[in-house]
Ligand binder design. Sequence first.
Ligand SMILES: Cc1cc2nc3c(=O)[nH]c(=O)nc-3n(C[C@H](O)[C@H](O)[C@H](O)COP(=O)(O)OP(=O)(O)OC[C@H]3O[C@@H](n4cnc5c(N)ncnc54)[C@H](O)[C@@H]3O)c2cc1C
Length: 448
Amino acid sequence: MVGKVTDSRGADSSGIYRRPKLVLRLKRYEDIPILLSKTRSYPTPVRMVGADYSQTRCVGGDGGTTVDTSALNRILEFGDSWVRAQAGVRIGTLVAALAERGLELPLTPEMGQISLGAVAVTTLPQASYEEGMAQMASCVAELKIITPQGRQMVVTDRERDLMRVLRSSFGLLGIVHEVVLRVRPLTAVKIDYEVFSLREFGIRYRSLIQSDGALRLHISPFHDRITVERRTRDESATVTRSGIWQIRQSVMRNVLPAFGSTVGSVLAAPGLRATVLSRVHRALGGGVRGVAMYAHEWMRDMPREAWKARHTYSLWAFPQADYPKLLSEYFAFCKSYYKKNRYRGNLVNGASRLHQDKNSLFSPSYSGPMMTLEPSSTGEQGWNDFLIDFNEFASARGGVPTFNQTRGLQPEHVVKSFGERARLFRALRQRTDPVNRLHNSFFAHLLG
Ligand SMILES: Cc1cc2nc3c(=O)[nH]c(=O)nc-3n(C[C@H](O)[C@H](O)[C@H](O)COP(=O)(O)OP(=O)(O)OC[C@H]3O[C@@H](n4cnc5c(N)ncnc54)[C@H](O)[C@@H]3O)c2cc1C
């Protein structure tokens, strides 16, 4: 019925402790109800795992059954404005298949190893272009889910309230086996960089956030440098590869110096920065040629080893209006922490602008527009302690965390950030899964 039963895993390659009793590779979604009903053969909790790239213990093992969805890997149907696929399909695979058909997702992350199951039910904020579309789950228009009692449900975004809760459910309300995602015509993206000191950033901030496009920041507290990356869609550009834009003087002037001092970290991180940099290098070598950038081109698969040793981060979101002040306090926090503890993060910190998005209960920008702050590191000694203090810093300043990308989270952070929404989710979860078939200790600790 179920695929291979593998040995239980203790701590995974990230050091995240889990220890399920069984790890199963699911071959057919039709087996999920049987698996859920047989509590002796498949001990509680039953927890799904997609690509296994979360930064926290949200998958969890707890002596139960971990169900690997990677064999549910079929893209089932393409429409002009949607695509239907199974939950184990990796987003990198999907995005490549869409690009071949001249299509793309409304948002494209930089990392390819995210399963569609996780896209549907976790918090994956992305640098956004418009209100209502600031996280991957907002691309999801329909879900097929098996409830803890083994009943199949099909939920579409016409059922707004239900969909909002499911998009934040982390496998606690049911098991997703199929999703429909919105798609749009593949559109070229123009990428500009500008480099500021903290002071200059504060002066320019209002005009930066008022203009169009997605914003991603690369922040170096110890070099007093904030590189602002603006992505604007060029709807008029064709999909052909004949060069659309010239590499601009500003990119030449700004990109290389901006990354010069941190070139190691740029190369250690996957995604857009590395892609743009290698394009600039190539163009410099072969004369200035036009650069066309499509979202699928900045996506990268993370080498397994990179996850283990070279790149880790934590994510909080903060109200957009006060972000320059927040950054100024963060720079001071980093410096004072270093003075006291001789520890400082050794990678550039990332950040994204998030438009307001109420499509999921735990959306970081549920209450209004936000900017994230993502301290990053190679995970060297001192990093975990730094994050404990950083979490206090963030929570005290109105930060909003996530359950899959914020490390070292405590229940009081959750109460402070989500309040009534957390209470609502807890009540719903208790009613939907009274015997705690899908509940693990990570969520019991944080949400009750
Ligand atoms: C080094 C690194 C770089 C990263 N870079 C990016 C990035 O550029 N952009 C970005 O958006 N994110 C990034 N992430 C974050 C990562 O994508 C998310 O944490 C995401 O949740 C991982 O997807 P996954 O398939 O590995 O989920 P998993 O960790 O496997 O699962 C996440 C949660 O979803 C639940 N779940 C999974 N499948 C199902 C299902 N079928 N039904 C019900 N519940 C399910 C699990 O139980 C768990 O609670 C990065 C993470 C790392 C470690």
